[in-house]
Design a protein around this ligand. Structure first.
Ligand code: P6P
Length: 333
């Protein structure tokens, strides 16, 4: 009901979660606690990102440290990592955490659980100082009954995720997530401190008009990538070329792909045969979302969700987006 143009019946993420939970009779509410801690992390990081320039939180952490992927840590990388580790630990329901910023998995053997959370606390952080949208990417698995928490327990195919999502710190703060059957977007209302449902049941167009790739790597591309990109840049007579949009921050490029359609590509090439993006906490959550929205996620040959990672920081080539475009790419393998 809304009088005087005020919606007094807001659907917040928590309320939507409780509604969704009623659809799963065996859901015990444990996950609601995990999601509440993820929301807290996203709100906390939002406040830091918004104040970064003023609070002198831009720039590198200043230590010689690099993360597990050998990338120089920014101050906000370190803070975001601590924020999410503390928030998830406080839920009491997370037995294993895998973070891009932590070389090894964080494993609790005090009986807590049953969830495993894989996350990139602040993806795209090289863009922070330029004010470009950055984000947190997360995926949640559930330990099998009786399974002992361990780093190996996180080495699961993406298809086994129970939840995948991201929070984009852009002109507004958008949290997009899925439990596998539908993708919903929530926008942070800073006056309420609540994520409010704003994009219900996001569906990605079956074919797009945008391709998103770092063309600076084109001299290293394999034939499959070169052929497809050249095909959309120089289409057959009567068809329009695709537009190139590349922000260089995966969360922002995927958010646009979800809403507008098209293809995001980070392929393997002669310089980096496995590509750059990490399977557990970048490729899987984004693939989970894209396929739940009716798109397709591929490693160039088969669904990216069927990859079985052998290590927690493993990388994979990835092609994500409109189903028909991705199928065209796979035909060129
Ligand atoms: P490149 C950001 O550093 C990131 O991990 C992703 O967010 C982004 O998609 C990719 O790397 C950009 O990589 O090599 O094009 O700068």
């Amino acid at each position: 009901m809304s009088q005087f143009n005020v919606d007094t019946n807001l659907i917040t993420l928590t309320r939507h979660m409780i509604h969704e939970q009623k659809q799963h009779p065996n859901a015990k509410g444990d996950f609601t606690l995990v999601l509440a801690s993820i929301q807290l992390g996203c709100k906390f990081v939002t406040s830091l990102v918004r104040r970064a320039g003023i609070a002198k939180l831009n720039g590198t952490a200043g230590t010689a440290d690099t993360n597990a992927s050998g990338e120089t840590q920014k101050k906000l990388d370190v803070l975001a990592d601590e924020i999410f580790i503390n928030a998830l630990a406080s839920s009491g329901k997370v037995a294993v955490m895998v973070s891009e910023e932590q070389e090894k998995a964080i494993v609790y053997e005090d009986g807590r659980g049953p969830y495993i959370v894989v996350f990139d606390p602040l993806d795209g952080s090289s863009n922070i100082d330029a004010g470009v949208s950055i984000g947190t990417i997360f995926g949640v698995y559930q330990l099998h009954d009786g399974e002992k928490p361990s780093e190996e327990a996180a080495l699961r195919p993406g298809r086994e995720l129970v939840c995948g999502g991201y929070c984009m710190y852009g002109s507004s703060t958008n949290l997009v997530l899925s439990f596998g059957n539908g993708v919903h977007g929530y926008t942070l209302d800073p006056t309420l401190g609540e994520f409010v449902l704003t994009h219900e049941n996001i569906r990605i167009p079956s074919r797009g008009k945008i391709y998103s790739i770092n063309e600076g790597n084109s001299i290293y591309w394999e034939k499959q990538t070169s052929q497809w990109v050249n095909g959309v840049k120089n289409p057959e007579k009567g068809k329009s070329p695709y537009s190139l949009r590349y922000i260089g921050s995966m969360v922002a490029d995927i958010h646009r792909t979800l809403l507008y359609g098209g293809v995001f590509l980070y392929p393997g090439d002669s310089k980096s045969p496995k590509g750059k993006l990490r399977v557990l906490y970048e490729v899987f959550p984004m693939s989970f979302l894209i396929e739940a929205a009716g798109g397709r996620a591929s490693n160039g040959k088969h669904s990216a969700l069927d990859i079985v990672p052998k290590s927690i920081h493993e990388r994979s080539p990835v092609f994500l987006g409109s189903k028909e475009d991705i199928e065209d790419i796979e035909k060129l393998a």
